[in-house]
Design a protein around this ligand. Structure first.
Ligand SMILES: Cc1cc2nc3c(=O)[nH]c(=O)nc-3n(C[C@H](O)[C@H](O)[C@H](O)COP(=O)(O)O)c2cc1C
Length: 176
């Protein structure tokens, strides 16, 4: 079981903590896990050139997305994590989503499983963002197996919450 997490936060904060915990518990249960932290990579914007569609299903932009496509192709479960920014995903996560346009044509993610994580100061904002992320999964025909909504605003907020830590263990233990 290969679990790939895509971390869309621009800082080492709440999403990093959540993902580190979930992945370490999943690993203890035997999963092969890895995390892609978008802020550390060079990922250009989608050029909108339609080179990926409809025939090739391949992106022509030459950057770090090349490695990510390979890892997405090999994964069984894809976790997407983002802070809510103005009730939407972070710009990094949106850029990642746009660069997944080849999958709309080549259908290589169809049937994989997707789990969503959202953080933010207000639950309503997080849920609005999770809906947008859910649309991404459904357009690419990825099975939406669950979501986690973490109300945490300041960096480190999440680490103080024992209930959250227990919930992250439960998610990591059960991911399959
Ligand atoms: C530009 C910006 C916009 C934000 N917009 C919202 C928002 O609309 N709703 C919300 O609940 N939190 C909002 N937040 C708060 C972040 O979602 C929150 O700090 C989150 O925990 C950040 O996650 P991270 O620590 O993993 O980066 C915003 C923060 C920033 C920097």
């Amino acid at each position: 079981m290969k679990i790939l997490a895509i971390n869309g936060s621009p800082r080492k904060g709440n999403n990093d903590f959540i993902l580190d915990n979930i992945l370490s518990y999943a690993q203890k249960k035997g999963a092969e896990t890895s995390m892609i932290t978008l802020r550390n990579l060079n990922i250009k914007f989608c050029s909108g050139g339609d080179y990926c569609c409809p025939k090739t299903g391949k992106c022509v932009v030459n950057d770090d997305m090349k490695d990510i496509y390979g890892k997405l192709d090999e994964s069984d479960i894809i976790i997407l994590a983002s802070p809510s920014y103005f009730s939407n995903v972070s710009a990094m996560m949106k850029n990642f989503m746009d660069r997944c346009n080849p999958y709309y044509f080549n259908k290589k993610l169809k049937g994989k499983k997707g789990f969503l994580i959202g953080t933010g100061g207000k639950e309503k904002s997080i849920r609005e963002m999770l809906e947008i992320m859910g649309n991404f999964l459904s357009i690419l025909e990825i099975e939406h197996i669950g979501s986690y909504c973490a109300v945490a605003d300041k960096k480190g907020d999440i680490e103080k919450n024992q209930k959250v830590i227990k919930e992250l263990k439960d998610i990591g233990d059960k991911l399959k």
